[in-house]
Each structure stands twice: as structure tokens, then as C-alpha cells.
Design a protein around this ligand. Structure first.
Ligand code: ZN
Length: 115
């Protein structure tokens, strides 16, 4: 060991190494956070793609399941739990057979049906 005190240049080089080490560690941490977030983002996107789109049209049945009591749009907020999704042509057909259009969501208007 020599006991001379380090020169300013040695101190500066030492300080530089410390800063590089800290910056490298911080960068590695940031890269891990970015990778985690990218993985979560990709999982969210995959989840959304898997989710089936809401049905466009719904038929509501009465207490007697043989009775169709109303036609709804798929996003009607006044729905009971006796609805099942149908195609556009099935919804139109129901209206043509005299099934009432829901007064909340007006599927007849949405279908362009002039009853
Ligand atoms: Zn409705």
C-alpha cells in the first residue's frame, strides 16, 4: 500500500466508474420494467381478441319459453335474463311476425324496419 492520497484525476475516474455502474443497474431495472409491461400489454391484447363480440340482436322469451315477447338490440340495458342472441335476419323476421320491438333500445329503428 502506498499512502499518497489519490490524485484528482484518479478520483474523477473512480467517480466515473461508480456512475457507470449505477447507471447500468438502473438501465437493467428499467429494461425489466419495460419487458414486464410489454408482456402485460400483449396479454391484455390477446384477452381482448379472445373475447367474443357482444351479439347485435337479442330475442327475449316469456315465462313460457315458446312465447317471444320482445326483440332487442345487443346492447339493450333493459334486458331480462331470458334473452338469446339471434342474427339480423332472425330479428327482422321476429318483427315481421308481430313480436314487439323493445321500447328502450328500439331494434326496429336500428334494423330500419318500418312496421
Ligand atoms: Zn331492449
Amino acid at each position: 500500500m502506498n499512502d499518497r492520497s489519490p490524485s484528482s484525476l484518479e478520483l474523477l475516474h473512480f467517480a466515473r466508474r461508480v456512475v457507470v455502474q449505477q447507471a447500468t443497474a438502473a438501465l437493467a431495472q428499467l429494461d425489466r420494467w419495460i419487458a414486464d409491461e410489454e408482456r402485460r400489454e400483449a396479454e391484455r391484447r390477446r384477452g381482448e381478441e379472445r373475447r367474443p363480440p357482444p351479439p347485435e340482436w337479442l330475442i327475449e322469451r316469456g315465462l313460457n319459453p315458446k312465447n317471444i315477447v320482445a326483440v332487442h338490440t345487443g346492447d339493450c340495458w333493459g334486458l331480462g335474463d331470458r334473452c338469446r342472441p339471434v342474427s339480423r335476419s332472425q330479428a327482422l323476421e321476429a318483427l315481421e311476425h308481430g313480436v314487439p320491438a323493445c321500447r328502450l333500445c328500439r331494434p326496429d329503428t336500428a334494423l330500419g324496419y318500418e312496421g
